[in-house]
Write a protein that binds this ligand. Structure first.
Ligand SMILES: *Cc1c(COP(=O)(O)O)cnc(C)c1O
Length: 344
């Protein structure tokens, strides 16, 4: 059976590295959304807690209920029906616009997202006072304010401009908080790339680290080198072995044709498990340097030889590159039903 290995020491190393930029691992809100970027939500949550993380960020209430036992608070990012938000001491909902402030039931914990330049979710800066007014009128438990950077991993000034916007918002929100009687608001803004770029004192209460905790950054190399370690490796096991004669084909479409007598084996992973399909043209190398032969099927692929098991990847950047995407997508697509094994 195919499986995923999760390297706890690598994870711990990444969290401690990120923590060292922030003043401690307890400053991390660890992002476990989308099945912990494909790593496995229920496997990663206790590992994060064991490293000293107190707060998590997840996609929805289902994910929150899966992990809340391990954390003091869990921030839920996506809720298209605020009326259905769950009132739970540990659950906090991200609030994405003014109308949501009217739709959450009173007493629900919220963090208000402010749009400081991304143009996606969050109230506009000009709406901030109205947002406080609505939160108060609707008796919402407004516990925090946050923003999200659209270009922290890009070279150029975009990030600095947005950071300046955020600083002003933070000051303004603090004034509004005391005017509207919201005590002890907490602030967070930084994602992985913004944490990695930090070279001054960390001024927020928390930072939301996703991809870097799993060992990656898609940041331009010239921005800096970071000692992150990939946590996940994907392994496939052998299904069958055969000898091909000259001219024999392998797989759909007969794209691969043997040029000589050779031994090939098939393995139990395919695009149905969350890998991208491979059309058999060009190169798709596994960790051991062997090329996939022909097309990838839904549930299997073939390579030369008869190894009992093979590592499909232990660094998502290679697959990201050949599939013209980012490491986030390679990881997040991995199916939840692949077995996860934690190596301590
Ligand atoms: C996904 C997400 C993050 C984490 O981003 P990384 O680049 O993976 O660190 C942080 N904040 C929000 C709001 C997100 O949606």
């Amino acid at each position: 059976m195919a499986y995923i290995n999760l390297d706890f020491q690598a994870y711990k190393h990444n969290l401690e590295y990120l923590g060292s930029k922030l003043g401690g691992v307890h400053k991390l809100m660890i992002v476990l959304k989308d099945n912990a970027y494909g790593h496995g939500l229920t496997q990663m949550a206790p590992l994060a807690a064991a490293c000293g993380v107190k707060r998590a960020v997840v996609k929805n209430a289902y994910e929150a209920s899966e992990v809340s036992a391990f954390f003091e608070k869990v921030l839920i990012l996506i809720e298209a029906n605020p009326e259905q938000a769950i009132k739970d001491e540990k659950f906090i909902y991200a609030c994405d616009d003014l109308s949501a402030l009217e739709r959450f039931a009173s007493g629900v914990n919220i963090h208000l997202k402010v749009d400081t330049g991304m143009g996606r979710n969050g109230v506009r800066v000009s709406e901030l006072e109205l947002a406080f007014e609505k939160a108060k009128a609707n008796k919402l438990n407004l516990e925090g304010i946050f923003t999200h950077f659209y270009g922290a991993d890009m070279l150029g000034s975009d990030f600095y401009v947005q950071e300046q916007n955020y600083k002003k918002v933070k000051q303004y929100a603090k004034e509004l908080a005391s005017a509207y009687g919201f005590e002890h608001l907490i602030f967070h803004s930084k994602n992985s790339a913004a944490i990695l770029r930090l070279n001054a004192e960390f001024e927020d209460d928390f930072a939301r680290a996703g991809i870097a905790s799993y060992g990656y950054t898609d940041m331009d190399e010239s921005v800096g080198k970071y000692g992150l370690k990939p946590v996940l490796s994907l392994w496939a096991q052998k299904l069958s072995t055969r000898w091909l004669e000259f001219g024999d084909i392998v797989g759909y479409g007969g794209v691969f044709r043997a040029k000589e007598k050779m031994q090939v084996s098939s393995y139990d992973l395919g695009y149905g498990d969350g890998l991208f399909r491979f059309d058999g043209r060009g190169e798709y190398k596994l960790k051991n340097g062997k090329n996939l032969l022909g097309r990838m099927s839904m549930d299997c692929f073939s390579i030369e030889g008869d190894d009992k098991q093979v590592c499909v990847f232990d660094d998502a950047r290679y697959l990201a590159k050949i599939n013209d995407t980012i490491s986030y997508e390679i990881l997040a697509r991995l199916c939840p039903n692949i077995k996860r094994v934690v190596l301590r």
